[in-house]
Write a protein that binds this ligand. Structure first.
Ligand SMILES: [Zn+2]
Length: 143
């Protein structure tokens, strides 16, 4: 399936509303210098449309790990669970560890998303550790 090209105005709008951070892991472009990508929350392959309500921005890591997934197993129960929908409140499903390096899933959706998107892979945890030392992390909106 060939992805649909989004209109430039829609891309700009989604990026402008993102606060320059990944909708899933909240990594900001200011600390990575890496551009975010547009993510279809419900993938086009699963019928998701290129409309504002179904679009968010994601870092490359989250986008790659998410792929076409909409559900994953909650590691606590093993039950298939819907992944986090970025139009919902992040803080209802996640919190930062005390040292700000790891994302803790608070709900089945939060835990499934942490696992499926590998939100605490060793490279990002080490980067967050360094960002926290200089006060760049976690994002102020999350604490
Ligand atoms: Zn991310």
């Amino acid at each position: 399936m060939t992805p649909t090209r989004l209109p430039a105005a829609m891309r700009r709008r989604v990026i402008a509303e993102s606060h320059d951070r990944c909708a899933y892991c909240h990594t900001t472009t200011a600390v990575t210098g890496a551009q975010l990508v547009i993510d279809h929350i419900i993938p086009e392959s699963a019928g998701g449309q290129g409309v504002r309500e179904n679009l968010c921005v994601a870092c490359h890591s989250c986008n790659e790990f998410k792929g076409a997934q909409t559900h994953a197993s909650d590691p606590m129960t093993g039950k298939p669970t819907r992944l986090f929908h970025p139009r919902r409140q992040w803080i209802e499903h996640f919190r930062w560890s005390e040292d700000g390096t790891e994302i803790i899933g608070l709900t089945p959706t939060g835990r499934a998303t942490v696992s499926a998107l590998n939100l605490n892979h060793p490279l990002i945890v080490e980067a967050r550790r360094r960002w926290a030392i200089v006060g760049w992390h976690p994002p102020l909106e999350d604490v």
